[in-house]
Design a protein around this ligand. Sequence first.
Ligand code: ADP
Ligand code: MG
Length: 370
Amino acid sequence: MSAVTLHRLEKSYDGEARVVAGVDLSIEAGEFVVFVGPSGSGKSTLLRMIAGLESASAGEIRIGELLANDVHASRRGIAMVFQSYALYPHMTVYDNMAFALRMAGQPKAEVAQRVRRSAEILQITHLLDRKPKALSGGQRQRVAIGRAIVREPRVFLFDEPLSNLDASLRQTMRVELAKLHRELGATMIYVTHDQVEAMTLADRIVVFDGGVVQQVGTPAALYENPANLFVAGFLGAPKINLVGGTLHSLADGSAQVDLPALGRMQLAADVTRARRGDPVTLGVRPEHLRVAHAGDRNVASARVELVEYLGDHLLAYLGVAGAREPLCMKLSGPTRTPRAGDVVPVCMRPEHCLVFDSTGRAFARPRVMP
Ligand code: ADP
Ligand code: MG
């Protein structure tokens, strides 16, 4: 049985444009699902609707079997953790964690047991007597998570919980959240605009733009087979390289694409819905560009504009005729370092290339290369 089911869910504020525009989604029990998308894409609104902090304008929210649209937030079996921690400043950590249980009339012994057990899981037992102001940002966020755990909710909701932390602490907490999910086996929905958090934490990622689901899938599925240019560009840093071209000929499962710098390339793409002469966009990720050797095909001459040294890898930015922006090439392992000003031959393998139509929709990639 699904833990959370959204059916044609919509939200608009006072007759304005829809900020959540017809979301269909089924989240399995125990799943870690990440909502990712740019700022303003409706992620928080959707999470708040699931939590019951915001009403739905249309559609259904089910939590387990229960149709939850008209169920009060406190009765949905959901606990939410916010970016802002929202701890009670005058209470100790213990009291912050115990608060909701006391309000629910839980016996004192039960409250104590749950708070102690959650504190152990989060390794904050030594902080239980402190007030929030005597805690670091990371410790405060642990307490906020602890306050959710003690309630033993059916579903955990997180809204950008790590955004206030510095980069190294964010990474530590990210790993701990992944462990916590495994330990609790709980259903978690996690909102972030950070693609690294999305890729590393998610069983499945839901990519939003403009209140619309762009694609749902495992991190690998979305990275390797993005449904459209938005998803292709949103996941992956540095971003996927895009080059404009024209469809030359079509065959079953394969297309020839004319590209300004690379000439004609044979690509695996199901272009049955396209026509000869249609403009297309070719996408290739930085790790799939490399310096060409003798005998390579699909070679373009590139002028190195800039090289960034990043310890274990290099990024070279390449000027290529016909490409609107420099192409980014990621080089790792032992390799001759290109220098700014060099002209180098670069190439890519057809099976690494994605092809998008003029509306930005990806052509499917057949499994077998022609
Ligand atoms: P995200 O969390 O993805 O950054 P939000 O869900 O916070 O996006 O916001 C989505 C859109 O809804 C934004 O354009 C925002 O301005 C609008 N919005 C959010 N809350 C309200 C509100 N209470 N009244 C009117 N518009 C709102
Ligand atoms: Mg938000």
